[in-house]
Design a binder for this molecule. Sequence first.
Ligand code: BG6
Length: 474
Amino acid sequence: MKNVPADFLWGGATAANQFEGGFDQGGKGLSIADVMPGGKQRMQLIHDAAFDFELHEQYTYPNHEGIDFYHRYKEDIALFKEMGFKTFRMSIAWSRIFPNGDEMEPNEEGLAFYDRVIDELIAQEIEPLVTISHYELPRHLAIAYGGWRDRRLVTFFERYSRVLFERYQGKVKYWLTFNEINGAQFMPMLSLGVALQNEENHLQTTYQGLHHQLVASSLATKAAREIDPSMQIGCMLIAAPVYPYSSNPADVQVALDEERMMNYFCGDVHVRGEYPAFAKRFFVENGIELKQEETDAAILKEYTVDFFSLSYYMSRTEKADKTTDMTAGNIMNGVKNPYLKASDWGWEIDPGGLRIILNKLYDRYQKPLFIVENGLGAYDKVEADGAIHDEYRIDYLKAHLQAMVEAMEDGVEVMGYTSWGCIDLVSASTGEYSKRYGFIYVDKQDDGSGTLERSRKDSFFWYQEVIATNGQAL
Ligand code: BG6
C-alpha cells in the first residue's frame, strides 16, 4: 500500500504565455514572452545584450497563438476533468491585467477571462493553483524600466497581486509568486526581463533584481494575509541535487557551493526570511552590494511562505575541473553524468534525484513540498489510426512518481504533483511545439501548421488510472 494521502493534489501544469494564445486580445499588452522568437536559437537570441524586445519579420512568435487555450479552455478543462485532475496549475498573464504593468487600474476584460477559466475549474471541482508571474513580464516594464533592475517593479507587482487576491478570494486558495525564482541566477532575461549590458556587473544586476523579486514576493504574501488569511502562498524554485563528479574533495566542494546557490539561496529567504550565511562571502567576492530599503529585512522575515513548490527535471553533476563534457539543461547545465541517460534535448533523466532533492529540502525547511513541474519533452508520433503510443513518457513519469512516493515514505510531506505541460504547449527554452510534454496531443507543428485539434495519448489513460487509484497503480 503506497502512502499517499487521500487529499493529495494530482494534476497538471501550464503557463499562460506558453498555451493561451490570444496575445493581443481582450486588451492584453505585449509581454517579454511575446517577443521571444521560436526555434532552437531562442535562448541565445534573448540573452544577447542587443536584444531589443521588438518583433522582427524574420522570426516566428509561437507564443502568440500558443495552443489557443484562450478560446478552447472549456474543452481543455473537460479533458483535465476526464483524467481526474484534482488541481490545475495555470499562470495569469500580468499583461492581460496590467497591459503595460505600471497602470493604476487593471484591465477588466483581462480579469473577466480569468473569471471564466477559474469558474469553470471550480465547476469541474478542480482546485486552481495560480502562478502570479511565470516568465511573462509586461514588455513595457522591460523597456522603460530595465525590468527587475528597477525597484519600482516591487510596487507594480504588489498592486497586481492585490488585484488578483481581491478578485479571487474564496475561489483560489493556492498561489505561487514567481515561477522558478532562482532561475534568475541562470537566465536573467526570462526571470527578470533584463538584457544584461556588457559594461555592467552582471552579478550585481542579477542579484539586485532577485532581491527586488524576493521583497515583492513577501509583500504579496503580506497582501494575501490581509485580504484572505486562508490563502496559501508558496515559493517556486527549480530544484536539483548537485552531485560531485567524484569523491575528490575539490569536486565535493564545488558541488556543495553550486547546490547551496541553486536551492538554498532563494529558498532560505522565502522560508527562513533571511539570506543564508554563505551569501555574504558570495556577495563580497563578486563585488555585489545589494541596495536594500530599511524595511526590507523585516518584511522578508515576517512574510515567509506557507509551502515550498518546485520543478524537477534533472539533477546536476559538478566538477572542479570543468573541461569535461557539459550537458544541456533547461536553465542550468553541469558536466555529463556517466550513469544517466538523456532526453532527445540532452536533459539527463534521473528519477532517483527527485527523491534525494525532496529529502534535502524537507530536511532543511520542514515545509510541505509541492512538485508543480516534472515531465519529459519528447517527439510524439501520431499513428495512422490517430493513436499516440508514448510509453517513453509513461516510463519517465512512473519512475519519478515512484521516487516521490519513496520520499513520502522517508517522511517527506508532499502536497501534490502537477506534471508539466499536461497538454502540449510551446517550449519555454526553444519555442518549439515539437518538444511535447502532454497527456493530450495538440495538432500544431513548428512550421505553424495544424488544426489545434486535441487527442488523448496513451499516457492520458495511464495517468487517469494513477489518479483514480490515488497512486496505488504506480
Ligand atoms: C521550466 C519552466 O523551467 O521548464 C517551464 O518553468 C518550461 O516554463 C519547462 O516550459 C520545460 O522547459 P522547456 O524549455 O522544455 O519548455
